[in-house]
Design a protein around this ligand. Sequence first.
Ligand code: HEM
Length: 241
Amino acid sequence: MLFGSEGMLRRHSQKWDSLLVEFIKEHVCRLKEGENTSSSDFIDVMLQLTNDTGTAFVLTNEQIKAILLDMIAAGTDTFFAILDWSMVELIQNPLVMKKVQDEVRSIAHGEVKVGEEHLGKLSFLKAIIMEVLRLHPPAPLLLPRESLVLINAWAIGRDEVYWNEPHEFKSERFLSGDVDYKGNDFHYIPFGVGRRICPGMQFAISLVVLALANLLHRFDWKLPSGISCEDISMEDSTGFH
Ligand code: HEM
């Protein structure tokens, strides 16, 4: 019996609810004050659907809150897990780190920041992120299906039938572009596959590439003194379940 958990859940849910109501209120106020809507964001678009009678469905505020919560839950831990694992793998593989740092620094040469305009050129960095997603998918068992089948994306990504030296970090394997993460290759499914595939995958990849590129561009990374690569645990956990 988990005593006290119901009260805790209620308090937690009330806190989330008031935060989400606050987000919505802010947007409604801005829309009412007629602020420039040329830069509408996700909440603005959903608010338009609350009173757009021309569409097949109309969203309620409760539904907007649920969608927002879903996006926050699905888009934060996953993103940070990949960023963390990418940094750890690069620290463990100094030659790869040097190679990707050279790529980033030559592409963003003389610029303060790596920007969206550089995204298309960072092919080695993108291959690194794909390799990190193969070895450490943040949702290793994807999401549970109604049929109760669990799909072990983590094991599929390490299956020697499909991958040469599956436990080695070899980002070059993705450079040819033969395999992608969009659900076309069933042996590589870090974002899932089919109708439930992650709707945030393109956004997530761009965000991770940008974040890592900027960290590599502006900083030289090393472990704190007294800590060596062997001290870092490379064990995966159960992910976001
Ligand atoms: C590296 C980052 C991410 C990874 C690895 C990831 C992975 C996944 C996976 C494996 C699923 C389940 C797919 C399935 O069961 O077939 C999923 C679902 C989902 N993801 Fe992501 N995700 C990431 C980032 C994001 C971001 C940034 C967002 C939104 C901003 C997002 C929104 C969602 C939503 C809403 C679902 C549920 C879709 C549904 O049930 O129909 N994800 N994601």
